[in-house]
Ligand binder design. Structure first.
Ligand code: NAD
Length: 326
């Protein structure tokens, strides 16, 4: 029997890559999103455009007992979208409504196994003040104190999935992603994240040039390449471990260091102008002890290896846009 999967958020960055991976494994895949994928033709067997905030639409797409359900749809973006405060009500309302609707529909269809993408943004801000030594162990989540409403919604939804387990027998698999990046992700328009924004600025710069960075650039993060993210999602979903568990890289860099790496890949001499802007927490790194212990696997690829194809892809997009502009 051909296995079936439902991917909510299939028109987005991670969902798009996950559909490709499931197709290589022979799954019949239904993708659902508000929009078609911006950068590639979806490989889903059935791609349904619709709004997961609408409960009757959600019931209509959960019309069979899928073997695997992946819930990645969310109203999200980089620091310029989730840390300014301007989108807080939408972020909380839209993402919570999607999770409420999807859980209700899968429960009514007696589907058990469902993957949910939470975020490292749910960790307490006070554990991430030291850029050299942030604490993102899974058990540091409580007492809760995320620094954004996006993080609070993720925490609420984690609890929602666990409550459905307790009361309705759902088998959630919950991952806390730490900054996923790669080709075919948002790279402009205000919702892009640091690796894509920096790659775009460097690609658009002259050989010797200056680019703007929000803050002093000493804030730290780790970045996980998309292929390892998808690998972690699949392994977690098919394991007997429900999480929540970090899926992230533990190679921490400063934002200034990230710029230097991208500039080196591009072969350009780039200076940094530090300007005020939303930054999020001071330091963040994935703690991979739990994933290693429970799944016998953890991401291991070096940051630079993923940045090279990402930069090349964004460079092509920037060039393509210039042609359109010309
Ligand atoms: P993305 O924005 O590219 O994908 C999310 C998709 O959800 C989008 O295509 C969007 O159109 C869709 N969506 C939003 N509202 C919808 C609605 N009402 N109905 C139907 N579709 C809707 O983001 P992504 O980077 O692929 O992230 C996927 C998931 O992983 C999200 O839940 C996100 O919060 C989580 N996450 C991502 C990262 C990261 O670094 N990319 C980090 C932490 C957590």
């Amino acid at each position: 029997m051909v296995k079936t999967a439902l991917v909510c958020g299939a028109g987005g960055f991670i969902g798009g890559h996950l559909v490709k991976r499931l197709k290589t494994e022979g799954f019949w895949v239904r993708g659902v999103d508000l929009k078609f994928h911006e950068y590639c033709e979806s490989e889903a067997d059935d791609f349904v455009v619709g709004d997961l905030r609408d409960p009757s639409f959600v019931r209509s797409i959960v019309d069979r007992r899928f073997d695997e359900v992946y819930q990645l749809a969310a109203d999200m973006g980089g620091a310029g979208y989730i840390f300014t405060g301007e989108n807080d009500a939408d972020v909380m309302h839209n993402s919570a409504t999607i999770n409420l609707n999807v859980l209700d529909a899968v429960t009514k269809r007696s589907i058990r196994r469902i993957f949910y993408s939470s975020s490292a943004c749910m960790y307490p801000a006070h554990n991430q003040l030291d850029p050299d030594n942030p604490n993102c162990r899974e058990d540091s989540a409580y007492p809760a104190a995320p620094d954004s409403e996006y993080g609070w919604e993720k925490l609420f939804s984690e609890r929602l999935y666990l409550a459905y387990k307790r009361n309705y027998g759902i088998e959630p698999r919950i991952a806390r992603f730490h900054n996923i990046f790669g080709p075919e992700g948002t790279w402009d328009g205000g919702k892009e994240k640091a690796p894509a924004a920096i790659s775009r600025k460097v690609a658009a710069a002259d050989d010797v040039d200056e680019i703007e960075i929000w803050g002093d650039g000493l804030q730290t993060r780790s970045f996980l390449y998309i292929d390892e993210c998808v690998e972690g999602v699949i392994r977690l979903t098919r394991s007997d471990f429900e999480g929540p568990v970090n899926i992230g890289s533990d190679e921490m860099v400063t934002i200034n260091g990230l710029v230097a790496m991208v500039a080196d890949i591009a072969g350009k001499r780039i200076a940094i102008r530090h300007v005020p802007g939303p930054q999020g927490v001071r330091g963040r790194n994935s703690d991979n002890e739990l994933i290693r212990r429970r799944l016998g696997w953890a991401p291991s690829q070096r940051l630079r290896a993923g940045l090279e194809p990402t930069y090349r892809w964004i460079e092509q997009q920037v060039r393509g846009n210039r042609k359109v502009a010309a």
